[in-house]
Write a protein that binds this ligand. Structure first.
Ligand code: PMP
Length: 400
């Protein structure tokens, strides 16, 4: 049968929007033929068995789960989320919570209601690469602010904001950051910096998007309060997700913000509502405390992964500098100046290991010599093999 979608190259009858002309999507599937150290996938043996809750959702809640639902999400789940975030010191009510299809969807919605083409968004350099692509689809411009061990350098940001203000330039509308176990660097923003960023948001009139998927995946050390819990004037939008505490395939996340932001985001949520079936399953697991048990199991497992990766990096890439995070999924590996991370990542693939060149995480000027490694997906023994292969790739680059 003839395929009705045959296209000629650059089919001239498609009048794509300018922003879509050169776009292509990146696959989110894990590379099963390689040692996968690039993407932030869940550890397969820690994926939950939700068959009981799914059965219950289908049988006892058929009308709710098989019907359209409110774009804001199921009221019971929104109440559960209010309780879940209260444990982190975030005080909010049901009206401040909207259920979305993952944190990325929350960011997309925030952009829809705040960003017009050419508006500036403040980000760390480097930052979460998928956030960069979402922001680019909204034609945002970037202000790239460096980080140190304490997070985004608020003093650098303040100087730039003050200079722009006195020059009468347009000021950024949003700041996007991942303050806990930052993707890709693993850095956790200090309490002082969190206060500073909130102060700047109030002074210069921007909104902070606090993307916090890794907060509960802490192996050791003291948690720092979320910015949302320090926010007394509604300048922070908090994004949460089930992806790292349960399963990314659930596609459940949430946005916490002042009611006027939530109301506008709901008006622009054009998905017909997040699947009520998945919402019901997640809410049963939250209410029954299985999520808490699941998080404890993930922490136990991933701590072993992190330790294995750090030890093997010290053994096989002793010249690299490694930031050891107290939680989350990622290690940021800074290579000697003469090593090009793209070349190293390319060679590593040939040796059977997939890594992620740090270059992709930069909004503007990329750094050429950093790699992001992810320890969440592979078994510890595979991590060991992968880092060993990476070390061989590094050695062969060195010997030319
Ligand atoms: N934000 C950051 C910083 C992430 O690293 C990830 C996972 N890669 C997410 C959000 C998860 O997004 P979602 O909830 O849409 O799965």
């Amino acid at each position: 049968m003839a395929n009705h979608n045959i296209e000629t190259p650059n089919n001239p009858s498609y009048r794509f929007a300018a922003r879509a002309l050169n776009s292509s999507h990146a696959s989110h599937a894990a590379a099963n033929d390689l040692v996968e150290l690039s993407g932030g996938y869940a550890f397969p043996r820690c994926l939950p068995d939700i068959s009981m809750e799914a059965g219950k959702a289908a049988a006892a809640h058929r009308t709710e789960t098989m019907q359209y639902s409110d774009v804001l999400g199921l009221e019971e789940l929104r109440d559960q989320i209010v309780d879940y975030v209260a444990a982190d010191g975030i005080v909010c009510a049901r009206d401040n919570v909207m259920v979305v299809n993952g944190a990325k969807h929350g960011l997309d919605l925030a952009c829809r209601v705040f960003i017009e083409p050419g508006d500036a968004v403040i980000v760390t350099a480097p930052t979460y690469m998928t956030a960069l692509s979402i922001l680019r689809t909204h034609e945002a411009d970037f202000w790239a602010i460096p980080q140190d061990e304490q997070g985004m350098q608020a003093d650098v940001l303040e100087q730039r904001l003050a200079a722009a203000q006195s020059a009468g330039d347009k000021l950024p509308k949003l700041l996007f950051d991942v303050p806990d176990f930052h993707n890709p660097t693993g850095i956790t923003t200090s309490l002082e910096r969190r206060h500073e960023l909130i102060r700047l948001a109030r002074r210069f009139g921007f909104v902070i998007i606090e993307d916090d998927p890794y907060r509960r995946i802490r192996f050791e050390g003291e948690a720092v309060p979320p910015m949302k819990s320090l926010d007394e004037s509604g300048v922070v939008i908090a994004l949460g997700t089930a992806s790292k505490i349960l399963a990314p395939g659930m596609r459940i996340g949430w946005v916490i913000a002042s009611a006027s932001i939530i109301e506008r985001m709901a008006a622009h949520k054009a998905d017909g509502g997040t699947s009520p079936f998945n919402q019901r399953i997640f809410l049963e697991l939250l209410a029954g405390n299985q999520v808490a048990h699941h998080i404890a199991a993930i922490i136990r497992q991933l701590r072993i992964h992190r330790d294995m990766m750090v030890d093997e990096l010290r053994r096989h890439l002793p010249e690299a500098s490694v930031h050891v995070p107290q939680g989350g999924y990622f290690l940021w590996v800074e290579l000697p100046d003469d090593i090009d991370a793209d070349m190293l990542a390319g060679l590593a693939i040939k040796k059977g290991v997939k890594t992620y060149s740090g270059r992709l995480s930069y909004p503007l000027e990329p750094s050429r010599n950093a790699l992001r490694l992810c320890y969440s997906y592979e078994e510890p023994e595979r991590i060991r093999q992968g880092v060993e292969a990476l070390g061989e790739a590094f050695a062969s680059l060195r010997t030319g």
